[in-house]
Design a protein around this ligand. Structure first.
Ligand code: 5RP
Length: 242
């Protein structure tokens, strides 16, 4: 089975009992949308893509401004390290994703095994959303800090890509050996930066899909869904090792 679909299946049990569900963005989340059965939950989407997909399948979608919090948030990720810290936002939805994740009682991330890394930034830069008016000033500060970046552009439109929250997106290279927390703080200290794609200490559970099984990674323990269950060994050691 497709590992993304398997990871999405692994998230279903975390939705049990949830009334208000935050939904992330991306192809793995789309697998989950396809698996959901009609229900009376309220969904809050992190992007237009997800909101439309849910609405078209007949689910109730609430505008984020109308809810106080969500029971559970489910999303994909671009990179997951051994501490369950993540880079997100390569689909451009990082600001809404962090907002919804931060206001949810629990947070579940669904990834295929290719997303596990030993160090964040291994597969690409960290997405950074910037106030459009600030793009030049932010780029200037990044250069002063010695950080390399590229502007995100898209097909079918010239110039910078604007996110659903209307910010421009930069992908900032993560220098080899950089401490994600320190780098995150430096980037966020620049006026005009709206949000970064570093999701540090946010994941409660990461469901990793493989062709033949899933693994549940939490900070304290791990369980497999091929029948076996392992406890007591820090998930952080295992995620990077796979
Ligand atoms: C979008 C995201 C996505 O969660 C991330 O890009 C993973 O996407 P996919 O499930 O398609 O691999 O952060 O902004």
């Amino acid at each position: 089975m497709d590992p993304k679909r398997r990871a999405a299946e692994g998230a279903l049990s975390f939705l049990e009992g949830a009334r208000i569900v935050g939904m992330g963005t991306g192809s793995t989340v789309m697998e989950l949308v396809g698996l959901l059965e009609p229900d009376d939950r309220v969904y809050v989407a992190s992007s237009a893509e997800t909101a439309l997909a849910l609405a078209r399948r007949g689910f109730r979608v609430a505008h984020p401004s109308t809810v106080r919090s969500m029971d559970v948030y489910v999303d994909g990720a671009d990179e997951v390290d051994g501490n369950l810290d993540m880079i997100k936002g390569r689909g451009g939805a990082l600001t809404m994703e962090k907002l919804l994740a931060s206001h949810s009682k629990s947070r579940v991330f669904i990834v295929d095994e290719s997303k596990l890394v030993s160090a964040l930034g291994e597969r690409g830069g960290v997405p950074v959303e910037v106030l459009p008016e600030a793009i030049g000033m932010v780029e200037g500060r990044l250069e002063e800090m010695g950080l390399r970046y590229s502007e995100r552009t898209c097909q079918g439109k010239r110039g910078p890509l604007a996110s659903d929250t209307r910010g421009y997106l930069l992908d900032v290279e993560v220098p080899r050996g950089a401490d994600p927390r320190e780098l995150d703080a430096r980037i966020r200290s620049i006026a005009g930066v709206v949000e970064t794609g570093f999701f540090l200490g946010i994941a409660d559970v990461v469901v990793v899909g493989y062709p033949d099984r899933t693994r549940l990674l939490t900070r304290g323990r791990e369980a497999t869904r091929d029948g076996g269950k392992r406890r007591g060994r820090p998930a952080c050691a295992r995620a990077a090792a796979s």
